[in-house]
Write a protein of this length. Sequence first.
Length: 484
Amino acid sequence: MRSKHRTEADFLPQLERGSQLSLERQLVRAVREAIVSGRLRPGMRLPSSRRLAAELHVNRNTVVNALAQLIAEDYLTGKPGSGTFVNEQIQPGEHHAPVHPSPYARWLRPLPEPAVFPTRKDVLEFRVCQPSTSVFPLVQWRKAWRQALQHIPLDDYSSPAGEPGLRAAITEYLARARGFICSPEDVIITCGAIQGIHLVATATLTEGAKVAFEEPGYPLARQVFEQHGAHILPIPIDENGGCIEALPEGPTGPLLVYVTPSHQFPLGVRLSVARRLALLDWATRNDALIIEDDYDSEFRYDAPPLLPLASLDRSGHVVYIGTFSKILSPSLRIGYVIATPPLRERLERLKCLMDYHTSTPPQRAIEYFMKEGYFDQHISRMRRFYAEKRSALERVLLPLNAVASFRGLEAGLHTFVEFDAQVSIDTLVQECRAGGILITDVARYYLADPDRRGLVLGYGGLELSDIEWAGMQLVSSVLKKNHW
C-alpha cells in the first residue's frame, strides 16, 4: 500500500558561516520560510538528519536541534520510524510571504509626519527648545541614581499617578519657587509634556470639538489635538500675549484653550496680567478648560519667574503641564500634569491604560536630586549660564537693530527676530544653510499664512563661541544682502 506522504524532498538551504545567526538558527529560518512560501509542501518528507548534516557539512546535533525547534513550533511533525514531515495543516499562500503591508491597508490610519525637527550634526543649528548639558552636575546626578538604585525593584506595578515622593517634591518646589500651591495628590507624573497633553486631550475631547490654540504656536501640541479629532481655532498673538477677546462665547465656543503664558512659544511674549484674569473669567463663564504649558518658565533673567496662570485659578479650570526636559535633559522623558478632581482621576485612569506608569527609577532619582537641593542649585547655575549666552546673542545681533526687532530675550532659551519687509527670509535661510548654519523661519509655527516675518533662534544648546560665530555670519548675510 502506497504511503499517503509524498516522497522525500531534496531540500538544501544555504547556510552562512560567520553570520550573526548560528547555523542552527539559520537552518530553522530557512526551513520555516520554505514551508510558508510553498517550496516545502504540506505532507512532504524532509531528508533524514544524518543526510542533511552530511549535505550541509554541519554537525548532526545542529540539524537535530533545528528540526526539534520546528516540530515544537508545529511547522514539522515527527513520526518514529517514518521520518520528519511538513505539517499538513499549513497551507501556504500569499499571506504567508514575508512582504511589507500596503501603505493603503484599511487598518492603517493616516497620520501626519510629527512636527519634530531632527538634530543635524553636519551644521551648526540654532535649535529651539534644546538645553545645554555641558555643565550638568554629574557628581550630584550620580549620587541621586545611586540612591534610587538602593531600592529593590518592586514586585508589582507602581501607581499610575507616579511616585509619591517625587509628586511631593514637585509641589514643594512649585510652592517655593513659583508661588503655586497645590497638593501631591493633584500631580500625575508623565513621560514628558506631550504625553500630558495627550492625556488631557483624551480625557476631554470628542470628534469635532474646538480647541483654541496660539497662532503661531507649538506644532507638536497642535498635532496632538488634531489627532484627537479637534477643530483648531487660531488665537492671534500680540505684544501682550494671546488676544483673549478673540475667544468665542457660548456653548459653540472652544472646549479647550492651549496657552504658553509665561514665555509664548515661539514669539517669546508673556501674557499680561489683565489678559490672564480675562482668560480665567472667560473659562469660568464658558465652562472651558485652559491647558497651561509652562515649558521653560524657570529661566527669566531680568526678573523673578512669573507666577503660573494656574496659581490664579480658583475654579478648577486650569490644568498645568510641566516638564524636566528644559531644566535637566529631554532624554529623561519625565514631566507632570497638575489637575483637580474629577479631571485628575480621569487622567490617572488614562495613564494606566496608556503605559500603566512612568518608569520608577528615574522618578526616584529626580526625587532625591530635588530633595537634596541639587535641583535648585542647578537651576540657579543654568539661569546664569543661559543669561550669559543670551547676552552674547544680543550683543552679536546688535547691528541688525536697523532692520529687526527682538522678542523674548528676557526669558527662555530662544529669541524671535522679526525682520522688516526688505529682508528676504527665504534667501537668508538658504544662504545660512549653505554656510553651515541652520536657522528656522517662524512660518513653520503657523497653521495659516504667517502675519510675521522672522527667525526663531534657539541658543540654549550652543556654546558661546558658536553663538558668536554663527551670529556674525547671520548678521553678515543680512547686511551684505541689503548693501549696508
